[in-house]
Design a protein around this ligand. Structure first.
Ligand SMILES: [Mg+2]
Length: 340
């Protein structure tokens, strides 16, 4: 059923669109009760439940129309990105995803077709990442539509990967490639006509559909110090690790892992370095470890087919410095993207 419907029946929408997403989790009672239950005893080894000796990891991330997505973005991709940015935070903490709740704020005139495609996007990623909807809320709003997703994951108790665990002398590593998401957003806005269509498509895809590095995060747990995902840009996010660890950071531009399209763009327009370092939307893992761990970490990356690259170091002092060719310092006017 497509088209606008007026004042939708909240319960009909929940039953039709969202209850099927909770069908695999019996303790959500088909979203017909007020709450869902999570057995944390480890006695029930079923999907979405905690195992013995595990602790919960919780994360919330919200998106607002016109701020985080646009009205004409494909709704399935909007949903999948919302789920994936939350999964990316679990990945950075080495967690196994369990279940999630979703709060939906919609204008009074709801485009049902849009919402159906949104739910189909959630279904696709639930199947891909083995996570289930267990509850949520739906409200009408006079403002733009907004979605808030809270996800629960599990780690072996005590094996926390904190921002504050970096040590002076650590090497800084990241997964995947840097800058594709931010360059992809600009490609979606019509820039980079010098690239081939498939190169622009690659970058746009990296913006719209991040790859949460769940398997990598779980493998890294135990052999690294500090960790987080890169959502606000490498420069800003390494700054978060450095500050929490009461240290400074160094980024070596020559080491940055770039995709072929990103490398091509940067060769033609070196000023794009700022977008690459501060644009955000990478959703790669950023972590620190003793420099001796480099070979072992690279081997884990090779095994999982995800590049793991050493991009800098944790040093004494404050703030993050960016070093270019020959170790010369590069200054950028603003680090990362600040919401306020
Ligand atoms: Mg994060």
């Amino acid at each position: 059923v497509a088209g606008k419907i007026r004042a939708p029946d909240e319960f009909a929408l929940i039953a039709g669109l969202f209850a099927p997403l909770a069908a695999g989790y019996s303790d959500a009672y088909g979203l017909t009760d007020d709450v869902a239950y999570l057995d944390v005893s480890g006695r029930d080894p079923g999907g979405g439940r905690l195992r013995r000796g595990e602790e919960l990891v919780v994360k919330t991330d919200a998106i607002v129309a016109t701020v985080h997505f646009l009205a004409d973005d494909p709704p399935d991709l909007v949903a999948r990105k919302l789920l994936r940015v939350n999964l990316s935070d679990l990945a950075a903490k080495g967690a196994r995803p369990l279940v999630y709740t979703l709060a939906v704020m919609l204008p009074r005139e709801v485009d049902l077709g849009w919402l159906e495609r949104f739910a189909a996007g959630l279904r696709a990623d639930q199947d891909e990442f083995g996570v289930m909807l267990v509850g949520g809320d739906m409200n009408a709003t006079p403002g733009p539509s907004a979605f808030s997703l809270t996800i629960l994951g599990a780690i072996p108790a005590g094996q926390r990967l904190l921002r504050s665990a970096a040590v002076v002398g650590d090497a800084v590593f990241m997964s995947g490639t840097l800058g594709d998401g931010a360059l992809g957003l600009r490609a979606l806005h019509g820039e980079f006509a010098e690239l081939a269509k498939d190169e622009r498509g690659y970058l746009a895809g990296r913006y719209r559909l991040p790859l949460p590095r769940l398997a990598l995060g779980r493998r890294l747990r135990g052999s690294i110090h500090a960790a987080m995902d890169i959502s606000d840009g490498l420069l800003g996010d390494l700054g978060h690790i450095a500050k929490a660890s009461k240290a400074g950071g160094l980024i070596e531009v020559e080491r940055l892992p770039l995709s072929p399209p990103a490398r091509k763009l940067l060769e033609r327009a070196p000023a794009l370095l700022k977008t690459v370092l501060t644009g955000g939307d990478d959703y790669e893992l950023l972590f620190t470890a003793p420099p001796e761990a480099e070979a072992a970490l690279a081997a884990i990356g090779l095994e999982l087919d995800i590049p793991v690259t050493r991009v800098g170091a944790i040093v004494a002092g404050k703030g993050v410095r960016v070093l270019g060719r020959g170790g010369r310092e590069i200054r950028l006017s603003r680090s990362g993207y600040r919401h306020f």
